[in-house]
Design a protein around this ligand. Structure first.
Ligand SMILES: C[S@@+](CC[C@H](N)C(=O)[O-])C[C@H]1O[C@@H](n2cnc3c(N)ncnc32)[C@H](O)[C@@H]1O
Length: 397
């Protein structure tokens, strides 16, 4: 493998997203949080990935999983690499360990030892202290560890070996926050789709990058439940044309304002968008190829309701989903892909699912599955949430 990716909080989402874009053969999962990729790090469009938090290029494989051996390797190899740094300025060094038996305090001791070695070579250095065995993306970002004068070295256990890699990009949490929080129109009631989840949905919907032809319609994303337009915004930023519709005129007004703001702030780079008021269960869109959306999630809930109430809520959602899937099926060409984030309700450790998901075959769709992630794990949820979002990837038969 040439690159190493550290996955986000729900690793399966990141794995499915990567598999959708690069194919199963390009990926080698390593432990729970990391995945090796056969593609050169510089050819991975990292800022378009919502489910990955670090991208690193593989440096070497160490035939040990003992931290002592890893420290020894670093003590020897770091001095040899100092000459590649710009002549002036202070080096910033960070160390992260994944799946290795090492505590933050041991890593901090290694950091101090490496600092001494680097200083003895005449370079000034600041070592970022570890609060846990791995630095988070905010620490990598704020300490500029992927900048010219930064090094984040990550060690990941791979069986009896350790893979050593250097981070070249981290998830830009500030850029996400900026475009999420500064959007003029927000509505807590329709729920806030996090931009990184929007990216995951889009990447699952588009499939393999090289299979996407250059024809305009292939590069167009439709969101038939567009709400305030978060998914359309991310689609435009990722270089797709965007089409959105929503049953609620107020939502179309919000999306219109949000996308005008996006155009003004970020530019559209030749991409275009159109918005329509329309009921997804009856509307006719023009030339649809790829559908990516967060659908109607039903009544917001802060706790699970009694079962007869839950049944009613689920029934209402099922009706809309089934009608929508029937309506759009007749407008899709065979092979068209959809990724829908649909509601699933958390019951302790399991989930209540839409019944529509059992009827996909009859409705004319094949539900796609992944080699490296199980469909049952493709449910985005926060620990305190009752209504989760299940990611369903479909192909029109
Ligand atoms: C969970 S929200 C989607 C939020 C959206 N991702 C955003 O960025 O704001 C679901 C949306 O579906 C819309 N909706 C509900 N029923 C619909 C229907 N039958 N046809 C079209 N839109 C519908 C609602 O108005 C709401 O905006």
């Amino acid at each position: 493998v040439k690159s190493l990716i550290i996955l986000g909080r729900q690793p399966s989402l990141g794995l499915a997203e990567l598999e959708s874009l690069f194919g199963a053969d390009a990926l080698v999962p390593i432990g729970r949080e990391a995945v090796g990729v056969t593609i050169d790090a510089k050819d991975i469009p990292f800022q378009r990935l919502g489910g990955s938090i670090k991208l690193a290029k593989v440096l070497t494989r160490i035939n040990s999983t003992k931290w002592r051996d890893i420290e020894l390797y670093l003590s020897k190899s770091i001095p040899e690499h100092l000459s590649y740094l710009p002549v002036d300025g202070k080096l910033k060094l960070g160390l992260s360990a994944y799946d290795l038996r090492v505590r933050a305090q041991d890593i901090n001791i290694t950091g101090l030892r490496l600092k001494k070695i680097i200083k003895a070579k005449g370079r000034s250095v600041r070592v970022v202290p570890n609060k846990s065995s791995a630095l988070n993306s905010a620490q990598v970002l704020h300490n500029q560890l992927t900048g010219e004068l930064g090094w984040e070295l990550i060690a990941v256990r791979d069986g009896d070996d350790t893979i050593l890699a250097q981070t070249i990009a981290e998830q830009d949490i500030e850029a996400y926050a900026k475009r999420d929080q500064n959007r003029p129109m927000r509505d807590a009631k329709v729920g806030m789709l996090p931009p990184k989840l929007a990216q995951i949905i889009i990447n699952l919907a588009t499939g393999r990058v090289e299979e996407t032809s250059n024809q305009k319609i292939e590069n167009r994303i439709l969101d038939p439940f567009c709400g305030t337009g978060v998914l359309l915004q991310e689609a435009l930023l990722m270089g797709f044309d965007a089409r959105g519709s929503d049953i609620d005129p107020r939502m179309i007004e919000y999306s219109t304002k949000n996308l005008a703001w996006l155009k003004d702030r970020y530019g559209l780079h030749g991409r275009d968008y159109q918005l329509h008021i329309g009921d997804a269960t009856t509307f006719t869109w023009d030339a649809v190829k790829t559908v990516a959306c967060e659908t109607f999630l039903g009544k917001p809930l802060t706790s699970i309701a009694p079962s007869h109430v839950m049944n009613q809520i689920i029934k209402e959602c099922d009706l809309i989903h089934e009608k929508f899937l029937r309506n759009i099926a007749s407008q899709l060409v065979a092979g068209a892909r959809l990724c829908l984030a649909v509601p699933a309700w958390r019951l302790n450790s399991s989930f209540l699912h839409l019944k529509t998901l059992d009827r996909l075959d009859d409705l004319g769709y094949t539900r796609l599955s992944f080699v490296h992630a199980r469909n049952q794990d493709l449910i985005y949820h926060r620990p305190d949430q009752v209504v989760a979002r299940e990611l369903v990837v479909l192909e029109k038969k």
